[in-house]
Design a protein around this ligand. Structure first.
Ligand code: ADP
Length: 568
């Protein structure tokens, strides 16, 4: 056997610190702007940020924090949180971003599972810290992301330290150590809508590769001419990589703090000439509603990625009317999180507008680094014909191979099973039809809850809609639509059902509609279908009552002539 001829290029490791070092050295005067929880707007540069991130690293090392140790953060998007990203990972510690919107018991469970040695928190969470300090006795210190003047009064078993006082003795004059790129960088837990939260432990290599791919033209398309506002929180899958892709490209970063309502976002976007932003549909809904009510338009925003849950086609159209390119994206915490984005190739972009829209409504095409396939119940690969649907499996250098603290691997033949049900068309565009747990199975046939919701949301009187399975004596499950009406708008159950005519097969039509004042959301702003199912599992569907109380033709039960026979 001959020894393979090795390349003769430098073995420079791909480390997270290199991203900030690059921005500090080559885009040193580019701004990072933060809306602070203190109420004002803070501005400084990548150069300032790197210096303070190094001060934080020195302060943590002075406390004898070792590489690999987890440092928790409970914070909104802001410059101190960004420093925590780099000041921990920079010397080999692991930045563990925690979702503060979870229940205190869940947060405590996560902190204990992660074995965090210190936790850095925004003062808005002071009360929460009182409770967590009792539940998490192994945490050695709680550091308030504030100066002494803003240190909250907290009854914790140990005194709080203010972040500014913590940093002060250190000068930031040291070089980031050269780490092994396979060392752990970030720890992110899934929000646990289905079972206990599970930790995804990223590496320096996976974080940097993900940042490269995320910045590409057919992903976020970032450059040094962009002003980037991550609406998605830095505790939700690293704000989808923007805190890394922005310094990689030299883009300006705008961090919105805790105010994510439509008006606050609009004003910040206008003031900072934001060109690119990304977030979940719920937040965009708030912004679009505000713009409509106030009769205003964004003058600088060029592109917005919408992901985290299915983006209703009507939302894509509204953005289009405002002259903003809205890009539907899909991913998950276990994938760092970017997987697919609905960007068209040259030939597709020459097609009639309606055809282009139909493609852009899908979750999209993979970016380099991610491979995907769909598999059937028997584990066999399914064809890419846009019709066959099965569980979506992925693989790539920023996809997990196992969960933190778990020995068994979730992989199937080397692929990660996402738990999403999807189709893939001939051109490689993927469409999520459901999360496997949310699937509605009527008479053995699957109905896509996402498609039913998208139609409801296109009705002018509907603000938000969720479609869930309700028990049915004959078909086992039938769809129930739960709707929040727009302010001052009116629509009846029958009018909404009539709106489905010609849009889906009749047996897909919801059996009933329930109007509510608001829908439950998870800690990351997605529809909380588990809660909805609990709430409405006993909802008396009219079709179910008729089956129980007397004869009913299949045709009526299923809404008309296109009824599907029960497949068992
Ligand atoms: P959690 O699992 O805690 O909700 P994630 O953000 O990791 O947190 O959720 C990933 C899941 O969100 C995906 O598996 C998928 O079900 C859903 N999701 C993400 N983006 C989309 C999208 N564009 N359309 C439909 N579902 C999406």
């Amino acid at each position: 056997m001959t020894t393979p001829l090795l390349g003769q290029m430098m073995d420079v490791p791909l480390t997270v610190s290199s991203l900030l070092a690059h921005a500090s050295r080559h885009f040193g005067t580019t701004e990072i702007v933060s809306k602070r929880i203190e109420g004002d707007v803070h501005r400084y540069t990548y150069r300032d940020c790197e210096k303070r991130a190094k001060q934080l690293a020195q302060a943590l090392m002075a406390l004898d924090v070792q590489p690999g140790e987890r440092i928790g953060t409970l914070a909104w998007n802001g410059y101190r949180h960004l420093e925590a990203y780099y000041g921990t990972t920079g010397f080999g510690a692991v930045c563990h971003t925690i979702n503060p919107r979870l229940f205190p018991e869940q947060i405590a469970w996560i902190i204990n599972d992660a074995d965090d040695s210190y936790v850095l928190f925004d003062t808005t969470f002071a009360q929460l810290i009182e409770c967590l300090a009792l539940l998490c006795p192994k945490v050695r210190g709680w550091i308030a992301l504030a100066d002494d003047a803003h240190l909250p009064a907290v009854h914790a078993p140990m005194p709080l330290i203010s972040y500014e006082t913590f940093l002060k003795p250190h000068d930031g004059a040291f070089d980031w150590p050269l780490l092994d790129e396979r060392q752990a960088s970030y720890l992110c837990y899934t929000s646990g809508t289905t079972g206990n939260p599970k930790g995804a432990l990223y590496s320096h290599r996976s974080t940097v590769l993900h940042a490269y791919a995320g910045a590409l033209p057919d992903a976020m398309c970032l450059s040094a001419r962009d002003s980037v506002l991550p609406v998605v929180p830095m505790f939700h899958a690293n704000a989808w990589g923007m805190p890394h892709a922005a310094p990689l490209t030299g883009a300006k970063l705008v961090l919105p703090g805790k105010d994510l309502d439509g008006k606050s976002l609009f004003e910040l976007m206008q003031a900072e000439r934001v060109t690119y932003s990304a977030g979940v549909p719920t937040v965009w809904l708030g912004l679009l509603n505000y713009m409509k009510e106030a009769g205003v338009r964004l003058s600088s925003l060029q592109r917005a990625v919408i992901g985290g849950s299915a983006c209703p086609p009507s939302m894509l159209r509204t953005f289009e009317e405002y002259g903003v390119e809205a890009i539907h994206g899909w991913g998950m915490t276990e994938m760092s999180p970017l997987g697919t984005l609905a960007k068209l190739n040259w030939e597709q972009s020459q097609r009639p507008p309606e055809e282009q829209r139909r493609l852009r409504e899908k979750q999209g095409h993979v970016i380099y680094g991610v491979d995907m396939k769909i598999v059937g119940d028997d584990g066999r690969d399914l064809p890419w014909d846009g019709v066959a649907f099965g569980e979506l499996h992925t693989r790539g250098p920023w996809v997990i191979k196992r969960y933190f603290q778990k020995d068994d691997s979730p992989l199937v033949d080397g692929w990660f099973p996402t738990g999403d049900v999807a189709t893939i068309d001939r051109e490689g565009f993927m469409r999520i039809t459901d999360r496997s747990k949310d699937v509605i199975k009527s008479g053995g046939e699957w109905i896509s809850s996402i498609e039913i919701e998208n139609i409801a949301i296109a009705h002018p009187a509907v603000a938000e809609a969720a479609c869930i399975a309700c028990a049915h004596p004959k078909w086992l499950q039938r769809p129930l639509l739960v709707v929040v009406k727009r302010k001052d708008a009116e629509v009846t159950r029958d009018e909404l059902l009539a709106f489905y005519a010609g849009k889906v097969a009749k047996w897909w039509m919801p059996d009933d509609v329930v109007f509510v004042n608001e829908l439950p959301h998870t800690a990351v702003g997605k529809l909380h279908k588990v809660k909805l199912r609990e709430q409405f599992c006993d909802h008396p569907l009219p079709s179910a009552l008729e089956v129980e109380n007397g004869p009913l033709s299949n045709e009526r039960a299923m809404g008309g002539a296109e009824s599907k026979p029960a497949a068992g």
